[in-house]
Write a protein that binds this ligand. Structure first.
Ligand code: HEC
Length: 123
């Protein structure tokens, strides 16, 4: 009986410890996305605003969403969006793609990481 209770306690701890780690990242990334990106970007497929939809952005070629308004610089950039290229672009859009029409940057690396994790989870 006592063994069962102890096993139960351990299972409870394991779940309790695992859940917040996972839960923290997504809501933070989503919250940041809403406040910093959603005015120009939707996350639903096919919905282009001032910026292209970011549904499926992870692993996609830059400048490739049909019907979105891109700069020629973005279309010609040759970038594929992954952790590294997204991080560089979000930190310094014009320094990464000279001539891009997206001018807002996100200086905080931790916040970029949260947003990138959120975008990755959309795929
Ligand atoms: C003021 C409007 C605006 C805001 C805010 C904005 N963007 Fe953009 N974004 C754009 C525009 C416009 C483009 C197209 C740029 C080009 O073609 O040069 C773009 C392009 C992109 C691309 C390239 C997509 C593709 O299909 O190649 C990514 C990725 C991106 N934005 C991510 C973000 C993220 C993440 C945020 C929030 C931190 C953000 N953007 C905030 C306007 C914005």
């Amino acid at each position: 009986m006592r063994a069962l209770i102890i096993v139960g306690l351990f299972a409870g701890f394991a779940l309790g410890a695992a859940t917040p780690v996972h839960a923290q990242e997504a809501p933070e990334g989503e919250r940041l996305f809403r406040s910093r990106c959603a005015s120009c970007h939707a996350v639903a497929a096919g919905q282009n605003r001032i910026g292209p939809t970011l549904a499926g952005v992870f692993g996609r070629a830059a400048g490739s969403v049909e019907g979105a308004r891109y700069s020629q610089a973005m279309r010609d950039s040759g970038i594929t969006w992954d952790d590294e290229s997204l991080d560089r672009y979000l930190a310094n859009p014009r320094g990464t793609v000279a001539g891009t029409t997206m001018t807002v940057a996100l200086a905080n690396g931790e916040q970029r990481g949260s947003i990138i994790a959120y975008l990755k989870a959309l795929n």
